[in-house]
Design a protein around this ligand. Sequence first.
Ligand SMILES: *Cc1c(COP(=O)(O)O)cnc(C)c1O
Length: 427
Amino acid sequence: MSHATTLAYARERDAADALSHYRQQFHFPKHNDAPVRYFTGNSLGLMPRAVRAYLETELKSWETYGVEGHFEGPHPWMHYHKLFNEKAARLVGALPLEVVVMNTLTTNLHLLMVSFYRPTSGRFKIIMEGGAFPSDQYAIESQVRFHGFRPEEAIVELVPRTGETHLRHEDIIATIAAEGPQTALVLLGGVNYYTGQLFNMADITRAGHAAGAVVGFDLAHAAGNVPLQLHDWNVDFACWCSYKYLNSGPGGPSGIFVHERHAQNAELPRFAGWWGHDEGERFKMKKGFKPMPGAAGWQLSNAQVMAMAPHLASLDIFDEVGMPALRAKSEELTGYLSWLLDELQAEFPQSGLHVITPKNPNERGCQQSIVVPKIGRKVFEYLSANGVIADWREPDVIRVAPVPLYNSFEDVQQLYEMLRAAIIQNS
Ligand SMILES: *Cc1c(COP(=O)(O)O)cnc(C)c1O
């Protein structure tokens, strides 16, 4: 595809974009009275305008009904978590029975590992990404220790080949095959938070199962970013957060997926709570935990309604647009950014600027991770001072995520202009 670096070209693309009006449904922070160029939807998504009304509905129920709000009002809280089943299922390619919204991400990683990491003396390893998001590293390491194993023996880290910036798919599959007989669990991110690499989850799941391991994914950077088919891919379990691409506000709730084939398995060990208990007799307050079938059986507590209302507002938007349309725009938008970054690289070869995210659209979501050696920090500060919100990762990576719901081609073109100006100023 041939593009142009000009603002006029970007505006033409925006005028032809069928999703461009969704931008109006979000609040943008301001810089010098103009909306910022926001590229950190991979960290905290912008606030949908609808959130205030969704929250107001639940505040009104609380104000009007007190405890009766569990049974009264537009969304009785007793069943609030069920409002998410269909919508979250469509988002991740699952059956409604296979998903539930609850807790926060790291909590759910632990709960799911309780059920799905069951090491034995012969099969105790966990295969994960080297340099995974710190919370995942700590969660996995502590689970390993909890079972009496040593992290340095039990954790197998996938790392890029020397001189390469991201993992080769064939290396992931080869590691799973080689470590397979001792592997209890393969647990990767769907999209790596640092490089933006999208993994082939269907293939990885097949390889993990062929090796006799359980396969799970942390979808923090995948949910709402790339299309998912967790059920068809046969993934055993997954979890994600809702405040990144899913725009549900700071500390927003997590979602989990547990494949249908585990739905009725009451033998799986789990840490239980009353909300996971058979709802027909939940209020009989009897002894003896009897889990709900499906993901619902992993719930601990009654719904955190005030944290979940913004998530509902957001999922309604995702449901309306649909992941196929979002992904189609995302490929265009990130394709444009990728092309512009190539232009910069060609114009300023001495800057050393390069992208560590895979070039192949099938191996990335919307994020681009840009390395700017030496002057990276200065470039990043120049962007911030000029109303471009990006994300800085030591030692020299600038992460930017043009999201299809509210970013425009103009945003991307302006990012290019600012990067260019920053390089010129600092070289
Ligand atoms: C954002 C993120 C987290 C954060 O976990 P919380 O429990 O929501 O604080 C964990 N893991 C990954 C891979 C992430 O990207």
